[in-house]
Design a protein around this ligand. Structure first.
Ligand SMILES: [Zn+2]
Length: 227
């Protein structure tokens, strides 16, 4: 297995870990899901501030700010359709219509964030951590709606493949020597920044201090900065 394959494999394994965890946490899902989310948000912020942004700001002849803001706006638009699934929100729909728009926006999100993978190994670890709570949330929603194992696991397998596919396209672009990867990485920073800050600053239970959540956040920052 080459190094790049490993990087593409990490987001995939994150989804696998999420499915496993969803099985293990059947009854204690709510608390552990909140802590996992807090951890993943802090971990992503570490990757953004220690790895992605310093490299982007160091790039010559490139104004990263516009792209980061563009990424934030892009993610806001996507969340109208995904209802915030990217940061672990679950809103099981009352109707029985299949949530195509949710899949489309989630897929677009996951594909885009995978594109810089081959160039930023720390992002691959960020993706591994990021996919776990999202998969737990997805699993919960899908399980309510699916009638058999196929309608539960096939969409999850598809979801697991989207980010590595984005990574492969990104690697191809890099091979062809196009400069498009810098703006895309800037957008990914905006996308992840929006998600991570939503998770961390989201008002939780009347602004009460939550020690477990705080420790999860500290741990996320610490591990993310060690990458
Ligand atoms: Zn994501």
């Amino acid at each position: 297995m080459t190094y790049t394959t490993l990087l593409f494999g990490l987001p995939f394994m994150g989804v696998g870990a999420g499915v496993l965890l969803a099985h293990l946490l059947v009854n204690r899902q709510k608390v552990s899901q909140a802590l996992l989310l807090a951890f993943s948000g802090a971990f992503l912020l570490s990757v953004i501030f220690f790895e992605l942004l310093p490299k982007l700001f160091a790039a010559e002849d490139f104004t990263v700010g516009y792209w980061v803001i563009g990424g934030i706006l892009f993610q806001i638009a996507l969340e109208y359709f995904s209802k915030g699934m990217e940061h672990g929100h679950t809103h099981p729909s009352a109707q029985n219509k299949y949530p195509w728009l949710l899949w489309l926006s989630l897929g677009l999100h996951a594909f885009t964030e995978g594109m810089p993978l081959s160039n930023y190994p720390q992002l691959a670890w960020g993706m591994f951590v990021h996919k776990i709570p999202i998969t737990v949330a997805l699993f919960t929603v899908l399980k309510l709606q699916s009638k058999n194992w196929k309608s539960l696991y096939l969409p999850l397998a598809g979801f697991a493949l989207v980010t590595p596919l984005g990574g492969m396209l990104g690697a191809r672009m890099l091979l062809n020597g196009t400069a498009i990867l810098l703006p895309i990485t800037g957008m990914v920073v905006g996308i992840l920044l929006h998600i991570a800050t939503t998770i961390i600053f989201e008002t939780s239970e009347g602004h009460r201090f939550n020690a477990a959540k705080f420790i999860s956040i500290l741990l996320g920052f610490l591990l993310g900065s060690l990458l």
